[in-house]
Design a protein around this ligand. Structure first.
Ligand SMILES: [Fe+2]
Ligand SMILES: [Fe+2]
Length: 134
């Protein structure tokens, strides 16, 4: 079992996104290996915990930088977490189709978020860092 990652004080989105994708890959491998729902749940919970930490970390940094898109970005994080939590409940209930559906949702939903909302946010943060002379 992987040890729980600890977030650093400064936001390193590439490292955190890579960690989240690694957790998803572990989940995908476990699904592909035909592991039982009871074994899949802890792996899924770990990915969900890390996603929650990463989202809060991003929101903190956006708030400090005065990012104007913070409210919309936070709403998207909350929507993703609600969807992922819903899938966790289905997994816990032992729904036979839940593991594959959860895996597909996680990969698509998070990848899309990284490529759109996160990219816009990091572009702004990068510019504000340059303006601040760092
Ligand atoms: Fe992110
Ligand atoms: Fe984000």
């Amino acid at each position: 079992m992987r040890s729980r990652a600890v977030l650093s004080a400064t936001l390193d989105p590439e490292r955190e996104h890579a960690e989240l994708l690694a957790l998803l890959a572990a989940f995908r491998d476990a699904v592909a290996a035909g592991r039982r729902p009871a074994e899949l749940v802890p792996i899924f919970e770990q990915a969900l915990d890390f996603a929650r930490l990463h989202f809060r970390h991003e929101e903190q940094v956006m708030a400090q930088a005065g990012y104007p898109g913070l409210a919309a970005h936070r709403a998207e994080h909350d929507r993703l977490l609600a969807e992922v939590t819903e899938r966790l409940l289905r997994l816990r209930a032992g729904n036979a189709a839940a593991p594959v559906a959860a895996c597909r949702y996680l990969e698509n939903g998070l990848q899309q978020h990284f490529e759109s909302a996160d990219k816009a946010c990091y572009r702004y943060l990068h510019r504000s860092t340059i303006r601040a002379g760092h």
